[in-house]
Design a protein around this ligand. Structure first.
Ligand SMILES: Cc1ncc(COP(=O)(O)O)c(C=O)c1O
Length: 397
């Protein structure tokens, strides 16, 4: 299949899929194997590093597996990128991408507001390895210039910041980074390739928590690095092989299955989230609603410029702070009080005590995370049922 000539929906269903030649089965078998037998001629080609045209020589499951390759092809086609490398979690993908660009003595500029786990990696783990990070509240040419050092190798940010839903001006970041020969890595988890394809805007490398919209059904932990073939293949041969963050073949299969309906799911997530955000913004017990699809939102124009929709994530600040926010979350019947996002089910969480609890309070304040903030991953249920569920839970305040 000429993957790149088809539209998104067709690629979501078909790209990367190899019908089983022997039986004609349309859904590929899951290659549940940890190792692969060599034939004599295959071994010779592998040792010499001269595979036949288009041949992949499988050796060991920590390096690659046919189910994983199918997923990688589908994801790369959807992201309009040359290649991808899937991992056992989103954090594994973020770590790999950063290690692919940075070594001891290097410096990273990161957006201030990022997922709590990413913040921990950048703030605590990388500095112990001699990679230092400067956090910047808003990534503009001026702030990037002020944060730049001689050893700056990377700018790291999220397409939509978790959980404040800020959207950077991507053109400005890319323009500045290219001028300074600095690489860009963006986390596209909140948007998914259905809404945004960062490579088309000049961003070097994309990372994903596939746990979220890509798999979409709340039953897999996975991640991906997406970008240039040379970068992904370099990572696979070095960091991937020697660190070992490979996803299980069954999880790759689940993510392939999830991706087949990404376009359908995202449409409904976006539709529901917009109606939900509009209604919540008129509720007397809600102080603030953050959703880039609201015309008065600071990032509305950025979303219009870059995205094909406003997404399924809405953050709310309830009046009265954390205890009131908890009452609302525990009072929901349809919405589940749980971390994670991008599932069919509506999920709510309080960043201050959940996803961002390890970020010190003063840092959370810099990120713009209010203690009474509830992050809502709007699911695909009936939106009126969902709104009624929130309205009854808000009565508890
Ligand atoms: C934006 C974002 N990136 C990365 C991650 C980490 O992904 P995973 O839990 O798959 O390791 C998360 C997890 O919530 C996330 O929200």
């Amino acid at each position: 299949m000429q993957d790149k000539n088809y539209k998104f929906e067709t690629l979501a269903v078909h790209a990367g899929q190899n019908a089983d030649k022997e039986t004609g089965a349309i859904v590929e078998p899951i290659y549940m194997t940890s190792t692969f037998a060599f034939t004599e001629d295959k071994m010779e080609r592998w040792i010499a590093g001269t595979p036949k045209e288009g041949e992949i020589i499988y050796t060991y499951g920590r390096s690659r597996n046919p189910t994983q390759i199918s997923l990688q092809k589908k994801l790369a086609a959807l992201e309009k990128a040359e290649a991808s490398l899937v991992t056992s979690s989103g954090m594994a993908a973020i770590t790999l991408a950063i290690l692919g660009y940075c070594k001891q003595g290097d410096h990273i500029i990161s957006a201030q507001t990022v997922y709590g786990g990413t913040y921990g990696l950048l703030k605590n783990i990388l500095p112990d390895m001699g990679i230092n990070v400067t956090f910047v509240k808003s990534l503009t040419t001026e702030s990037l210039e002020a944060a730049k050092r001689n050893n700056t190798k990377l700018v790291y940010f999220e397409t939509v910041a978790n959980p404040t839903l800020e959207i950077p001006e991507f053109d400005e970041i890319v323009g500045w980074a290219k001028k300074n020969s600095i690489k860009t890595v963006v986390d596209n988890t909140f948007t998914s390739p259905y809404l945004f394809r960062p490579v088309e805007w000049g961003i070097d490398t994309v990372v994903h928590s596939c746990t979220k919209y890509i798999n979409g059904h709340g039953d897999v932990i996975g991640g991906a690095v997406v970008g240039k073939k040379e970068f992904c293949e370099g990572l696979r041969q070095k960091q991937y092989m020697d660190i070992g963050p490979v996803p299980a073949p069954i999880n790759c299969y689940m993510m392939i299955r999830g991706l087949k309906t990404l376009h359908l799911r995202m449409e409904r997530h976006c539709q529901n989230a917009k109606i939900f955000a509009e209604r919540m913004s008129r509720h007397p017990k809600i102080e603030k609603v953050m959703y880039p699809g609201l015309e008065n939102n600071e990032y509305y124009q950025h979303a219009l410029k870059y995205f094909d929709g406003f997404g399924g994530m809405v953050s709310l600040v309830v009046k009265g702070g954390i205890n009131e926010a908890k009452k609302v979350c525990f009072g929901l019947e349809i919405g589940k009080f749980a971390v994670s996002l991008g599932d069919l089910d509506t999920l709510v969480e309080i960043p201050a005590i959940m996803t961002h609890k390890d970020v010190p309070k003063e840092e959370r304040e810099k990120m713009g995370i209010d203690d009474g903030m509830i992050r809502v991953s709007v699911g695909v249920e009936n939106v009126e049922d969902l709104i009624a569920d929130f309205e009854q839970a808000l009565e508890r305040i």
